[in-house]
Design a protein around this ligand. Structure first.
Ligand code: SF4
Length: 327
């Protein structure tokens, strides 16, 4: 039985820099992720929200061990991830990508795509592997299974392809799913189906899910916790209800004012100042000093240009990095 109150994956002070330009003593770096810390829990969805270029996908890729971190520590069930082999780590931490069409090999049938991880991780033998596939397809609501086994990605709809990608991730019996914008390339009509499927997997199988999204409104409905990233840094976090209904950071307020939510508009207690959307995410090769949001922030003061704000703990686990937030 999984303990839902004990973190399964903990990230502390994660940093990821990418070298850019030529080699030499003046080599420059793109500072994609700075000092990111959070935990994932069994049976809980944590949303990582931000605009394109905020560093959220880089965080997911570091957690999937596609990229090596520049600094920081990742612990899986209390064990330093560096002491776990890639193979053993990936069996427990699986990633679902944004584009199901490019994440599936067009030459391979569904049967082949799902058989490979089962065989590679010893969950089936060549003799028994076909018996496992109907159950796997059933878990992602692709039924009757026989109808899908022989199909190739181009013969499936976008939603069906993403279900196959999720089934492939589930085949290795992971404890954590890293879902990188899993519905953003799907038709609006099937987005909810995929989110409902992941909710079901979270509840029934107690999977810990990191949900990467640019859509803060979907985070409110799908995730228990929401973390907001801007230009590689965490700026606000807490329960999704608190962060989306009582946002404290001007960047979170900006995201919310660009994503109207009917419930929030009808709720007189919700405090969402409407901020003018100005500017865009800065270069991460030469990021702004102090708070990286200051060139876009309508309430920036001199101190914002000089110092990155410390984390301020608010009520109910809500926190924010801002010099001028209003309680
Ligand atoms: Fe704006 Fe300053 Fe707060 Fe940054 S620290 S969000 S610049 S007020």
């Amino acid at each position: 039985m999984k303990d839902v109150n004990t973190p399964i994956l903990t990230v502390q002070g994660l940093q990821k820099y990418f070298p850019v330009g030529s080699f030499g003593i003046r080599r420059r770096y793109l500072r994609a992720v700075e000092d990111v810390s959070f935990s994932l829990y069994p049976g809980k969805v944590t949303a990582l929200v931000g605009e394109s270029g905020s560093g959220k996908t880089t965080v997911a890729r570091v957690l999937a061990r596609i990229y090596e971190p520049t600094a920081g520590k990742i612990s899986l069930n209390g064990q330093d991830a560096r002491s776990i082999s890639q193979r053993a780590y990936r069996r427990r931490v699986q990633m679902i990508f944004q584009d199901p069409f490019s994440s599936l090999n067009p030459a391979n049938s569904v049967e082949y795509t799902l058989s490979r991880p089962l065989l590679a991780h010893g969950h089936a033998t060549f003799r028994s592997v076909r018996q496992h596939l109907p159950n796997l397809l059933q878990r992602v609501s692709l039924t009757p299974a026989e109808q899908f086994m022989k199909k190739h990605p181009h013969e499936l709809s976008g939603g069906q392809r993403q279900r196959v990608a999720i089934a492939r991730a589930l085949a290795v019996k992971p404890e954590i799913l890293l879902a990188d914008e899993p519905v953003s390339m799907l038709d609006v009509s099937i987005r909810l189906d995929i989110l409902n499927l992941m909710t079901q997997l979270k509840e029934e199988e107690k999977l810990a899910i990191l949900f990467i999204t640019h859509d803060i409104a979907s985070a409110r409905y799908f995730a228990e916790e929401t973390l907001v990233m801007y230009a590689g840094q965490m700026v606000e976090g807490g329960s999704s209800e608190e962060v989306t209904q009582q946002p404290k950071h001007p960047y979170t307020q900006l995201l919310l004012s660009a994503a109207p939510d009917p419930d929030r508009l009808a709720d007189p207690s919700a405090e969402i100042p409407v901020l003018p959307a100005r500017g865009e995410i800065p270069s991460l090769v030469h990021p702004p000093s102090g708070c990286r949001f200051h060139p876009r922030c309508p309430i920036a003061t001199q101190v914002c240009k000089e110092q990155f704000p410390q984390r301020t703990e608010l009520e109910n686990g809500h926190w924010v990095h801002c010099h001028n937030y209003k309680r």
